[in-house]
Design a protein around this ligand. Sequence first.
Ligand SMILES: Nc1ncnc2c1ncn2[C@@H]1O[C@H](COP(=O)(O)OP(=O)(O)OP(=O)(O)O)[C@@H](O)[C@H]1O
Length: 250
Amino acid sequence: MLEAINIVSGYGSVNVLHGVDVTLSRDEVVAVVGANGAGKSTLARTLAGLLPLRSGQLRLADEEIGSKSSNARAKGGLIMVPEGRRLFAGLTVRENINLGRSAVGKRSSDPDPAEVLGDIFPIIREREHQRAGLLSGGEQQQVALARALAGRPRYLLLDEPSLGLSPTLTTQLFETIAKIRESLPVGILLIEQMVDRALALSDRAYVMERGRVVLSGTAADVAASSEVQRAYLGDVEVAPSAPDEGDASS
Ligand SMILES: Nc1ncnc2c1ncn2[C@@H]1O[C@H](COP(=O)(O)OP(=O)(O)OP(=O)(O)O)[C@@H](O)[C@H]1O
């Protein structure tokens, strides 16, 4: 289990997370949703060790990891795919994926990650020797996911994986995440702006506002809540228009 208890973090003199509790186990997908600036990416960075924990506790399989480096956390099985993918553009697909393995100290005698992951990510077999920088955004996202999984994480943090993808590619991405959960024993924390799709795929969800979790529960319950319906799922009450009764420009 990955457990964040009452965590606080931020930038400079400003706290952004004001005491957040989050848990993730290895057999679930958990969505984190909320408006721009709510603190979702800050949460992911704090969990991954890219931002220092100011107070609270972070535990990975009952071990306190709050003071460990991001590299140590990755070696311990907690890996993040950051917003924007961050592939090595000049390296091939396979080289990027192999780096995902060596970065966490996996030995070359471990099963070939490209073979193991090839069923989930056809791109690996189709474009193995192509430079990552020449791939489309959707293809790069697949490689970024495969690279993270090559490190055999037990917990995977996905920060806005659909960012910048077309609707069709977004659909493919969510299908890929569903395949990952079916095929691999990895808990996934899914930070997403595509709230409806994220909730449809997830077991549980957290809704964040201004650095706090304001709602949590099963994804179905969160999706059904009136706050989430109103704010994120398009169930907006629109005042009836009265085109004949006023000047639209006023
Ligand atoms: N590097 C930074 N330095 C200072 N403040 C930051 C930094 N990154 C984010 N913030 C601030 O922290 C707050 C939370 O930002 P964060 O990126 O975590 O939100 P978010 O929920 O992920 O939103 P988005 O969906 O827009 O990425 C915002 O007020 C933001 O301006």
